[in-house]
Design a protein around this ligand. Structure first.
Ligand SMILES: *[C@@H]1O[C@H](CO)[C@@H](O)[C@H](O)[C@H]1NC(C)=O
Ligand SMILES: *[C@@H]1O[C@H](CO)[C@@H](O)[C@H](O)[C@H]1NC(C)=O
Ligand SMILES: *[C@@H]1O[C@H](CO)[C@@H](O)[C@H](O)[C@H]1NC(C)=O
Ligand SMILES: *[C@@H]1O[C@H](CO)[C@@H](O)[C@H](O)[C@H]1NC(C)=O
Ligand SMILES: *[C@@H]1O[C@H](CO)[C@@H](O)[C@H](O)[C@H]1NC(C)=O
Ligand SMILES: [Cu+2]
Length: 218
């Protein structure tokens, strides 16, 4: 599963130019607020939305809802789980892949402190263009008119979209080939050290190959 996803994403990117996009959560890098930025995006099937929980953040979620009940989880919907980010640490990201671009995907932040959803911290993917009874501004109006926020249960899989891993500031550990750059630049300082040491010995090329192979087996 983890092996197949990057390969198909790569293939799609080359063949059909999937437009991957970024939505900032709670802090767009220059200022913080109870918002998703941009709030609405159009996304093709198989493209990925990267939610960036910019730090310092105030502990947000990305939870799927219905249009009618913006501050309540949709049955079988996705939820990133609460993702706090302290000042000075790398921003966690969460990669959501769209599988069905034919229907709107609505989401909200479930944080009860300061009632983020009711403050308008909601967003959507492939929402109807205005004016429509279920366009983005109608969704925001329903959210700000909600009387309570219902807590979701973290779930990678949703309706029309899924994630392969929980939010993280580093790429998840790889179990296959094809992601050696992510592994070496990510959370493996000890294997980077081994590879550097191996290059120093005579016959370093073979040793380096062994080191790379060892990294791939992690
Ligand atoms: C980021 O958020 C701040 C605070 O809400 C706002 O003033 C600023 O215009 C935003 N910048 C961008 C690029 O969206
Ligand atoms: C999405 O596409 C529709 C139809 O082309 C367009 O009206 C709408 O403005 C687009 N929304 C965004 C957020 O780009
Ligand atoms: C998305 O990927 C799946 C699996 O690779 C493929 O069957 C489908 O045709 C793709 N959808 C689009 C719109 O390219
Ligand atoms: C994040 O918010 C949730 C819900 O309010 C809370 O249960 C959790 O303790 C918070 N985590 C941090 C690190 O503040
Ligand atoms: C999300 O995708 C980006 C770009 O491919 C990657 O750098 C990041 O590690 C991914 N995040 C997670 C949690 O997988
Ligand atoms: Cu929030």
């Amino acid at each position: 599963m983890r092996f197949a996803a990057p390969i198909s994403a790569l293939a799609f990117g080359v063949v059909a130019l999937a437009q991957d996009q970024t939505i900032h959560v709670g802090n767009n890098g220059t200022g913080s607020g109870l918002f998703f930025s941009p709030q609405f995006v159009n996304a093709t099937a198989n493209s990925t939305i990267t939610f960036v929980f910019d730090t310092p953040s105030t502990n947000h979620t990305v939870a799927q809802s219905s249009f009618a009940k913006p501050c309540e989880p949709l049955a079988n919907g996705f939820d990133s789980g609460y993702t706090p980010g302290a000042a000075g640490v790398a921003a966690p990201t969460w990669n959501l892949t769209v599988t069905d671009a034919s229907k709107p995907i609505w989401f909200y932040c479930a944080q009860p402190t300061k009632t983020h959803c009711i403050a308008g911290m909601v967003g959507g993917i492939n929402v109807p263009a205005p004016p429509a009874t279920n366009d983005g501004s109608a969704f925001i109006a329903l959210a700000t008119g909600a009387s309570s926020i219902v807590q979701p249960v973290p779930a990678l899989s949703g309706i029309g979209a899924f994630a392969s891993a929980a939010p993280s500031a580093t790429a998840p550990a790889s179990s296959g080939s094809g992601s050696s750059s992510g592994t070496s630049s990510g959370s493996s300082p000890s294997s980077t050290g081994n590879a550097a040491a191996a290059v120093g010995v005579s016959g370093g090329f073979v040793a380096a190959l062994a080191a790379v192979f060892g990294v791939a087996l992690l």
